[in-house]
Design a protein around this ligand. Structure first.
Ligand code: ZN
Ligand code: ZN
Length: 206
């Protein structure tokens, strides 16, 4: 039975299979459905049952052309790679030591988990992690970017760092929940952009 070492599950309420259906990218433009193991959360990670996933224009860019995805340091084709970065779901298993989330919590999922050890991560700029994409072969700096450098959400279950989760209210639908991070990206850009006022509203151009 699926059981993360040292972690927690609740198979009565949220049964977890050992394998799942997942879309994988073959040649450019070719997605096919296959079976993959359900990933196991490590320390500071949870398993998310994916309840909804959006298809972003960037997903289409990746599927047809490759970049900005980078798998094993190169193009994402024929590497058993699962795209998808705009998803939400329900926490169904906790990695060892995780008490920040409860099983059954609905969450929106942020794309990036920085390595946590480079200068940029330590300054909070983890989306520009110096160890971006270094997580294959003998190298694993801990950086993750769902659907860009690691498997994403075009499947049934995915692991995520607890630092990349945002609980969402029950009034919010699954479909709306998939767009929380996308909306947050736009708001964040607007707040930092020199053409916006201090509240983050874009200035009227004259
Ligand atoms: Zn997107
Ligand atoms: Zn880093």
């Amino acid at each position: 039975m699926y059981a993360p070492p040292g972690g927690k599950t609740n198979h009565n309420e949220f049964p977890i299979p050992d394998s799942q259906r997942a879309w994988v990218l073959g040649e450019p433009g070719q997605l096919s459905i296959t079976t993959k193991p359900v990933p196991v959360p490590k320390k500071a990670e949870v398993l998310v049952r994916i309840d909804a996933v959006a298809i972003c224009a960037t997903d289409l860019e990746i599927i047809y052309h490759g970049p900005p995805a980078s798998i094993q340091g190169g193009l994402p084709f024929n590497k058993n790679f699962t795209p998808g970065h705009e998803y939400m779901g329900t926490v169904v298993a906790l990695g060892a030591g995780v008490d920040e989330y409860k099983i059954g919590t609905r969450v929106a999922v942020e794309i990036h988990a920085g390595c946590g050890q480079c200068k940029r991560c330590r300054e909070g700029m983890y989306t520009s992690c110096h160890n971006y994409g270094l997580n294959y072969g003998d190298v694993d700096k801990g950086h993750r970017a769902n659907g860009f450098t690691t498997d994403g959400g075009f499947c049934e279950y995915q692991v995520n760092s607890i630092n990349t989760l945002v609980p969402i209210p029950n009034e919010m639908s699954d479909e709306e929940g998939t767009l929380v991070v996308t909306a947050g990206t736009g708001c964040g850009q607007s707040a930092r952009c020199p053409t916006s006022d201090p509240d983050g509203h874009a200035r009227q151009s004259s």
